[in-house]
Design a protein around this ligand. Structure first.
Ligand SMILES: [Zn+2]
Ligand SMILES: [Zn+2]
Length: 94
């Protein structure tokens, strides 16, 4: 189980709350396991995770994309290429 490549602190990625934290896999569904293996995950508070404006909420699309772009950027900063990311996740977000 890899640590998050985006966070050191255990707090909400968006609002820094330390209450009601959930572990969110940035590429979920079919790519959840890949997220687990590569540390594509962040802590989110309940609102930023499952609220209306949360990543899984109906108005949360921008947050979702922001996390996906941040994860890809961090992955490439570790020395991987965009092509390697594309092979892993299926598409590039940058
Ligand atoms: Zn939050
Ligand atoms: Zn989630």
């Amino acid at each position: 189980m890899a640590n998050s490549i985006l966070q050191d602190e255990k707090q909400c990625y968006f609002c820094e709350s330390q209450q009601n934290l959930h572990c969110h896999h940035i590429f979920f569904g079919a790519n959840r396991k890949i997220s687990e293996q590569n540390g594509f995950k962040v802590w989110l508070c309940m609102d930023c995770h499952e609220g209306t404006n949360g990543v899984h909420g109906k108005n949360g699309h921008e947050k979702d994309i922001e996390l996906k772009q941040a994860a890809q950027t961090a992955y490439e900063d570790l020395g991987h290429t965009t092509e390697q990311f594309r092979q892993l996740i299926g598409k590039s977000y940058l």
